[in-house]
Design a protein around this ligand. Structure first.
Ligand code: MGD
Ligand code: MGD
Ligand code: MO
Length: 670
C-alpha cells in the first residue's frame, strides 16, 4: 500500500551536535491523510564529507520525528498533570508571570538554559536575543567544549585545524581522547584512505572501544594523565633531534620554558604516570618524530577532567615541536569552528550583553536551581538537563520546585519536559529553516523548511518573538527572519566567505568556505596576540584533587554511546536494543570482586548513587569503570541518569565539565 504513496527527496544539513554536520538525503512521503512525513534518511553521495552515508543514529531520525509521544500541542501543568492548552493561553500566562518576576526582581530572576540540541544559528544561537533584550543573566555554555576552546586559543588563537580532505596525506594518525568511530564517523573514510597510503593509526584512550579496535595501536593510558604523556613524548622528540628547529624559531614563542618543564619527563617517569610501558611511550614519540606527517585528532575526552585544559594544551603543542604544521596532512584538529568568519556581533543580540551582568555556568545548574540563587523562571530549550547536567538528582529537584516556573521547548517528551510547568512543542530541522556551520568541516549549510510543521509545533524563535511582543520588547534583531539573519552573518569581507552570498547559499543549500588551496593555517605562526604559537605558559602535569582513595578506588568515565547523540534518540526501542537494552558499567576483572556480568551494582560517588548492571571486561583497565551514553533515566534499573553521580567540578580552563573525573566505588545491592 504505502509504496504507492507519492514520495520526493530533499537534501538538508543535519542540525545535531556533532562535528560532521552531514548533508542528508531525506525521503518524504505523503500519507493518506495528505500530510508529508520523513520516512528515510541517508547521506548525500554528492557531498565530499558526508560521502553518501548517514550515521547509525541519524538514519533513525524519522522515528523520533514521527514518535507517538512527540509533543504536538502546548501543555500546561494542572494539578500534577500536563494538559493541552492553546498557544494564546500558554503565551499569555507565561508573559503575565514574567511581568511579575520583572516587577519583583527584574531580569535577574529569569534563567535561560540551553545547549546545542540544534546547531542552527537561528534556532540555536540567535534565539538568545529575547533574554539579552530583557537583560537576563548570561548562561556560560560550558558543558562541552569551553575547556578545549580556551586551551586551543591560548596556544593557537582561532580554532583552525587540518582539513579532513588532507587527512589521507598523513602517515601517522593519532586519535587522542576521541572515540571517533562513534562520535565523528565521517572522519573514518579519510583515515582508511590514509591507511591505504601507508598510514598507521594510534588510539590513545583509557578503554578499548570501536576506535581502539579500528586502530593499529591502542594505548590504554590512565585517565587524566595526558599532560604527562605529551611532556614525555616532547622530551623524547627533543632528545632524539626529531624537532623542527626552524619552525620553533620562526613560528613559536616560549620554547625554553616548555623545554624546562618537559626535561623532567623521562620515559620511565612518563610510563609510571600514564600506566603505559616505556616502549609504548618511546614508540609513540618515534611515530610522531620519524613517520610524519602526523595528524593528531583530539577529542574532548581528555578535557573532561579537572586539569583538562592543560592536558589539551600539552597534546596540541606537539605538532609545534615537529613542525608538522608545515606539511600537508600534518598538524592537529580540535575543531574547525574558527574558519567560519561570520559577522557575529548581533547574532543572538550579543551586542546587548551588559557589562557586569551575572553569568551562570551551565555546569552549575544544580546550584542555580536552588532558591538561594534567586531565579523564579527557567526557560529550557535545545537541551535536556534532567539527564545531561552534572548532579542531575539535584537538577531534577530544582526543576520540581513549586516556586520556580519551568518552561521547556521540546521536540520530545524528555525527562526535562516531563518536569515542566509548560511544554512548548518545537519544530525539527525539516520543519523550520536555518543556517548551519560545522566544527568538523568547512561547509556552510542553509535548510529551507521542507515539511509542514505537524500539530501546533513552532520554531523556538517564534515562541520568543511572541513573548517579546507581549512584553513590549522593541529590540529589532529579536524579530529577524532567517533571511535577515543570513544577510547579517554574511555581511563581511572576510576572504574565506568570498562568493558565499545569501543568494548563492540558498541556491546551493551548502557551500564550502574559500580556504586557500595550500591550507596550512599555522605554518608560519598563529593569530595569537604575539603572532606566534604559544608554548607559554608551559603545561604542568597535576594529579586530580579527586584522587583515588580506598573509599573511592575507581575512576568513572561516562563517554558517548554509539547509537545515541547525547540523550537524543534515547527513547527509541531499536536503538536502546542496539546499545544492549540498558546502560551497563564496564568493570575490569581485577576490580569485579564478587560481581559477575549481568549483576546490578550500586555506583556510589561523593555526589550521589545510581544502579547499573555490571559487564566484566578487559576492555577497561584496572581502576577504571565506564558507563557509555547519556541514557534516559527510564532505561536504567533505578530510573536515574548517570549524572546522578557526576559533580559540578569545573576544569582548570574555560569553566568546563568534568564528566570523566568522578571517583566511585561499587557496592552490592542489599
Ligand atoms: N555517537 C555519538 N556521537 C557523538 C555524540 C554522542 O553522544 N554519540 N556526542 C557529540 C558531542 S556533543 C560531542 S562533544 C562529541 C564528543 O566526542 P568525543 O570527543 O569522542 O567524546 P568524549 O566524551 O570527549 O570522550 C572521548 C574518549 O575520551 C576518552 N577519555 C576519557 N578520559 C580520558 C583521558 O583522560 N585521556 C584520554 N586520552 N582519553 C580520555 C573516553 O574514554 C572516550 O572514549 O561527540 C559528538 N558525537
Ligand atoms: N555524564 C555525561 N554527561 C554529559 C556528557 C558526557 O559525556 N557524560 N556529554 C555532555 C556534552 S558533550 C553535551 S554537548 C551535553 C549535551 O546535552 P544536550 O544539549 O542536552 O543534548 P541532548 O541530550 O541531545 O538534548 C538536546 C535536546 O534538544 C532538543 N532539540 C533539538 N533541536 C531542537 C529545536 O530545534 N528546538 C528545541 N526546542 N529543542 C530541540 C532535542 O529534542 C533534545 O532533547 O551533554 C553533556 N552531558
Ligand atoms: Mo558535546
Amino acid at each position: 500500500m504505502t509504496a504507492l504513496l507519492p514520495t520526493r527527496t530533499v537534501l538538508l544539513t543535519c542540525p545535531l551536535d556533532c562535528p560532521d554536520a552531514c548533508r542528508l538525503h531525506i525521503t518524504l512521503q505523503r500519507g493518506e491523510d495528505g500530510r508529508e512525513k520523513a520516512v528515510k534518511v541517508t547521506g548525500d553521495a554528492g557531498h565530499p564529507i558526508t560521502k553518501g552515508f548517514a550515521c547509525a543514529k541519524t538514519v533513525h531520525y524519522p522515528a523520533r520525528q514521527n514518535h507517538p509521544e512527540r509533543p504536538l500541542y502546548p501543555m500546561k501543568r494542572v494539578g500534577g498533570e500536563l494538559v493541552r492548552v492553546s498557544w494564546e493561553q500558554a503565551l499569555d500566562e507565561i508573559a503575565d508571570y514574567l511581568r511579575g518576576v520583572l516587577a519583583r526582581r527584574g531580569p535577574q530572576g529569569i534563567l535561560r538554559y540551553n545547549y546545542a540540541g540544534t546547531m542552527g544559528l537561528m534556532e540555536g544561537t540567535h534565539v538568545h536575543a529575547f533574554f539579552r533584550a530583557l537583560g537576563a543573566p548570561e548562561l556560560d555554555e560550558t558543558i562541552c567544549a569551553t575547556a578545549g576552546t580556551e586551551a586551543w586559543t591560548l596556544g593557537y588563537g582561532p580554532r583552525y585545524g587540518v582539513r579532513l580532505e588532507d587527512v589521507p596525506h598523513a602517515r601517522t594518525i593519532v586519535l587522542w581522547g576521541i572515540n571517533s568511530l562513534s562520535t565523528h564517523s565521517h572522519l573514518t573514510p579519510f583515515m582508511t584512505q590514509a591507511r591505504k597510503n601507508g598510514a598507521r593509526i594510534i588510539h590513545i584512550d583509557p578503554y578499548l572501544n570501536k576506535t581502539g579496535r579500528y586502530a593499529d595501536t591502542h594505548l590504554k593510558l590512565r585517565p587524566g594523565s595526558d599532560t604527562a604523556l605529551a611532556l614525555g613524548v616532547a622530551r623524547e622528540l627533543i632528545e632524539r633531534g626529531w624537532t623542527d628547529e626552524s619552525y620553533i624559531r620562526e613560528a613559536t614563542q616560549g620554547f625554553e620554558e616548555f623545554l624546562a618543564e618537559a626535561a623532567a619527563w623521562t620515559l620511565e617517569r612518563t610510563a609510571e604516570a600514564t600506566g603505559l610501558s616505556v616502549d609504548e611511550v618511546a614508540d609513540l614519540a618515534r611515530a610522531l618524530g620519524e613517520h610524519g606527517p602526523t595528524y593528531i585528532k583530539v577529542g574532548y575526552g581528555m578535557t573532561r577532567h579537572e586539569h583538562g585544559g592543560t592536558a589539551l594544551r600539552a597534546v596540541t603543542l606537539l605538532p609545534a615541536l615537529t613542525g608538522d604544521w608545515r606539511r600537508r596532512g600534518g598538524g592537529c584538529t580540535l575543531s574547525m569552528s574558527g574558519t567560519f568568519h561570520l559577522h557575529r556581533s548581533r547574532l543572538g543580540a550579543a551586542h546587548l550583553i551588559r557589562p557586569g551582568i551575572r553569568h551562570v555556568n551551565m555546569n552549575e545548574l544544580a546550584e542555580a536551581l536552588t532558591p538561594e540563587s534567586g531565579f523564579e523562571a527557567a526557560f529550557i530549550y535545545n537541551c535536556n538537563p534532567a539527564v545531561v547536567a552534572p548532579d542531575s538528582v539535584r537538577v531534577r529537584a530544582g526543576l520540581e520546585r513549586e516556586d520556580l516556573l519551568v518552561v521547556v521547548l521540546e521536540q520530545a517528551m524528555t525527562e526535562t519536559a516531563r518536569l515542566a510547568d509548560y511544554v512548548l512543542p518545537a519544530t525539527t530541522f525539516m520543519e523550520h529553516s536555518d543556517i548551519y556551520t560545522s566544527y568538523g568541516h568547512t561547509w556552510l549549510g542553509y535548510n529551507p523548511a521542507e515539511l509542514e510543521a505537524p500539530g501546533e509545533t513552532r520554531p523556538n524563535t517564534w515562541v520568543f518573538q511572541e513573548l517579546g511582543r507581549r512584553l513590549g520588547l522593541e529590540e529589532p534583531s529579536l524579530y529577524w527572519s532567517v533571511d535577515e539573519l543570513l544577510e547579517e552573518v554574511l555581511n563581511t569581507d572576510h576572504p574565506f566567505l568570498e562568493g558565499v552570498t545569501p543568494q548563492a547559499l540558498k541556491a546551493a543549500g551548502t557551500l564550502p568556505l574559500n580556504l586557500p588551496e595550500d591550507w596550512l593555517p599555522y605554518a608560519h605562526g598563529a593569530p595569537t596576540p604575539s603572532g606566534k604559537v604559544m608554548f607559554t605558559p608551559a603545561p604542568v602535569f597535576r594529579e586530580a584533587q579527586a584522587y583515588l582513595t580506598p573509599e573511592y578506588p575507581l575512576r568513572l568515565l561516562t563517554p558517548p554511546a554509539h547509537h545515541f547523540l547525547n540523550s537524543t534518540y534515547g527513547m527509541l526501542p531499536n536503538l536502546i536494543k542496539a546499545e544492549g537494552g540498558e546502560p551497563h558499567v564496564l568493570v575490569h576483572p581485577a576490580d569485579a570482586g564478587h560481581f559477575v556480568s549481568g549483576q546490578p551494582a550500586r555506583i556510589v560517588s561523593e555526589v550521589g548513587r545510581t544502579v547499573r548492571r555490571v559487564r566484566v571486561t578487559e576492555e577497561v583497565q584496572p581502576g577504571v569503570v565506564v558507563v557509555e551514553g547519556s541514557w534516559w533515566g527510564l532505561s536504567a534499573p533505578d530510573g536515574e541518569s548517570i549524572n546522578a553521580v557526576t559533580a559540578q567540578t569545573l576544569t582548570d580552563l574555560g569553566g568546563g565539565s568534568t564528566f570523566h573525573n568522578t571517583r566511585v566505588r561499587l557496592e552490592q545491592l542489599d
